[in-house]
Design a protein around this ligand. Sequence first.
Ligand SMILES: NS(=O)(=O)c1ccc(NCc2ccco2)c([N+](=O)[O-])c1
Ligand SMILES: [Zn+2]
Length: 262
Amino acid sequence: MTGNQWGYGKEDGPSAWHRSYPVAKGSRQSPIDIIPEQAFHDNSLGPIIANYDHCTSINISNNGHSVVVEFVDSDNRSVIQGGPLDNPYRLKQFHFHWGGKGCDGSEHTVAGYSYASELHLVHWNAVKYKTFAEAATAPDGLAVLGIFLKTGDDHRWLHTITDALYMVKYKGSVTDFRGFNPKCLLPSSLHYWTYLGSLTTPPLHESVVWIVLKQPIVVSDKQMGKFRTLLFTGEEEEERIRMENNFRPPQPLQGRKVRSSN
Ligand SMILES: NS(=O)(=O)c1ccc(NCc2ccco2)c([N+](=O)[O-])c1
Ligand SMILES: [Zn+2]
């Protein structure tokens, strides 16, 4: 794996990332296998409050690793707060990780169980840090809300995203994506597990307060299939490699405590 070229293949995948990103073997890496019975029920953990009503989505893009929806993050219009967080964290973007056809592809697992996919809503601590990039290297810089996806009925609102995926098939493609409110992707219960971890892709910074919701959202196989029409490769590249299995497997807990909201 040379330079910043990392991926999810045999040569450049998660087992090779430590060569360019030694923190891959750090003490607070993500994802992890969450074992509910071993999580500590912390009654001081309040509810998570997601204020996305006035959020402003900007675009949807294929960055060669996932599909990403970016938001205006120049003010506190869309923030997450409460739970383990000391102050509001600003929504920056959301993206997904998924498996191959008929295979699971979540990053966190629950007592060894993988879900079909995992949605990450990424927020940064704009009270303490001036930019996302600065926050992304600070131990309390980011808060990522992880939501599991399981297959079943069609998800009423996910269509807005899956219907746009054909426009960002190739790595490096981006298109306008306005007026999307991610509130419609939240499950009905906001009960969660929380622990201190890292980005799950390079640069793997150990800067994330993870908040993983217990209740998955339900999407159809057909909708999941549309994610797999995306490519890891760019339009100008000869090779066409289907974007799938873009997940990092669970990492050692290294003595960390996972807390559970009640
Ligand atoms: N799977 S994740 O939510 O942990 C994740 C991983 C990498 C990056 N970004 C990579 C990066 C480069 C410099 C700082 O950040 C992001 N993100 O940016 O929201 C999220
Ligand atoms: Zn992610």
